[in-house]
Design a protein around this ligand. Structure first.
Ligand SMILES: [Zn+2]
Ligand SMILES: [Zn+2]
Length: 153
């Protein structure tokens, strides 16, 4: 579970452990999604009037394709997550690292912030291996399979 009714936080901090599925609607079309899900653990607590703080970590496997030869590449991804949430009318709500609470002001959804943090940590241009040769720009042959005829001409 990654969405919380903040009224339950008035009783104290909440331990968070959950999964953000690759099929979750929070992901956009071109995102480097996880293969199955992002696993997140941490602690959510109140941080003064109308403010909440999440501190935790996440791990997962990013699904992408080699930027040179386009084969599927899976990359291990992990990172720290420190999110500050505030009411829309909070004086610091416009700061770039402050996330707004949900519409009603009673729901705190970790998923959008987690998505952003995941995309920062996931490799944007992965390689299948450091010395991937990619395709020949002339004939399109996969140069990992061996040199193409263009080299001889
Ligand atoms: Zn490659
Ligand atoms: Zn060639």
């Amino acid at each position: 579970m990654l969405s919380f009714d903040i009224r339950t936080l008035s009783q104290g901090a909440v331990q968070v452990e959950g999964d953000l599925s690759a099929a979750d609607p929070v992901w956009l079309e071109d995102d480097a999604r996880p293969v199955s899900h992002v696993h997140v653990t941490g602690r959510l607590s109140g941080a003064g009037s109308g403010r909440y703080y999440f501190s935790g970590a996440f791990t997962g496997t990013a699904a992408g394709e080699c930027r040179r030869c386009l084969v599927p590449v899976e990359s291990a991804v992990s990172g720290q997550a420190h999110f500050l949430y505030a009411d829309a009318d909070d004086e610091n709500a416009d700061e770039p690292d402050v996330f707004p609470l949900g519409d009603s002001g009673t729901t705190l959804d970790l998923r959008p912030a987690l998505r952003e943090q995941w995309l920062l940590e996931a490799p944007a241009l992965p390689l299948c291996r450091p010395d991937c040769k990619g395709f020949c720009p002339t004939c399109g042959a996969d140069l990992n399979a061996g040199p193409c005829a263009c080299i001889l001409s």
